[in-house]
Design a protein around this ligand. Sequence first.
Ligand code: PLP
Length: 504
Amino acid sequence: MDSEGFREAAISSIDEIISYFDNIGTRSVVSTVEPGYLRKLLPSTAPEEGEPWADIQRDMEAKILPGITHWQHPGFHAFFPCATSYPSILGELYSSALSGACFNWICSPAVTELETIVLDWLARMLNLPACYLSTGPTRGGGVIQGSASEAVVTAMVAARDKYVRETTPMDLSEDAHDDFIAHKRSRMVALATTMTHSSTKKAAIILGVRFQAIPVRAEDNYALTEPVLAAALADCRARGLEPFFLTATLGTTDTCAVDDFAGITAALEAHNAPDTPGEVWVHVDAAYAGAALVCPEVQTATHIARIARFHSFDMNMHKWLLTNFDASCLFVRDRNWFIQALSINQAIYATGSSASTASDGGLVTDYREWQIPLGRRFRSLKIWFVMRTYGVKGLQAYIRRTTKLGEDFAEWMRARNGLFEILTGPSFSLTVFRVKGQTEEESNARTKRLCEGVNASGKMWVSNTVLDGKFAIRMMTGVRATEKEHVEAAFKLLVDMAGEIVKS
Ligand code: PLP
């Protein structure tokens, strides 16, 4: 494809993308294809001769879009949103054009420098404590990762390295040192709660350390509290285990609960005070709800200032902040914790005189030392475009609008409390509810039928969870295209179908 061909193809594709967004509400939210549908539609080998763009583009609508579940659809109420927006798409377009594996500063100075700047902008927007700024007092800073799962692995590697370093005597012989560390690693445990996202458990599996999920309770709104954490730490100590890592969540996946940051600090202080050797590293997973911190009222309500004593914080701009996948923003209180754990020293990566001078002189950030992969994309560009296009006020307005939709939905649910029971929320646009029944079994069966029924309608899509044996529907209203009329339509469908189910 030459420049002229690209111009024509790009104009035609952009027109089609605009039309897709303008008419998305007319499509079925969830794809209805059968497994293996695409193999039947495509040849078994790649074409020998190149094909015209028009033929390729035609297959997008004919063959690919039927197999797409439309996460940008106004009736998408499942899981959490997976954002996009026009400025974000433009950022991806430029990033694709400037494609490079920008692991070092010299590999494209703008890629590194823009990332540091926009993550400082983000930290200020979310009102994170100053220790998470690259210019802050503790040499902190932010780095863009592919996902919240990748971020927690990165944080846990750094935490493990720091813990072992701080708790291993210096005066051991080489053999004794290796034995000591091998034994220590077998006792180290990463903590989370039963509501923490599974990525923390997966990180522990990857690292080969123990994992313990602390049960949280309905009466605490499924959040981690001081007495519950204190009891878990005491239990670890009694079993000879060494807790070195804890994930605290701001907006859990099932119910959007916020763990009690003050209570966590108090429990940890009694166990092993922050800033002492062998302290427990606290990673805040704010993958979804962290976006709402753009609003000052959420900063106050979640006590975000308290995370100044913690170690890392991660939020996905690609969930609820109008930036497309992937843009997981990980902040650390002291960047040396990442660098000490993940730095590699291989001659080839110091290629070029200004690269080695700048890197060796500590003049620049080499983000390859803050992450698992080596190469990295220009992901800060789309974040920069989004922040500049919407401004802080535009992002606040979007979060407040979609939060309000969740509050409206919950209010309508409460007005139908003969039919429905809200189990949690509304919290960050998420309400978790079920259909009432004479017994738990009846309620579970009715709620399951309702969930399947509305999802089969093609008009909306919700996800489900189970809380203390109660089957429940999660209704989320955070998608950019979702307006009040769509939530009203969804509520009406839920009421009508639930009414039918109860009658039958
Ligand atoms: N943490 C929380 C609270 C989540 O809700 C999710 C996914 O929804 C994740 C982590 C995992 O996110 P990712 O897909 O970016 O790894």
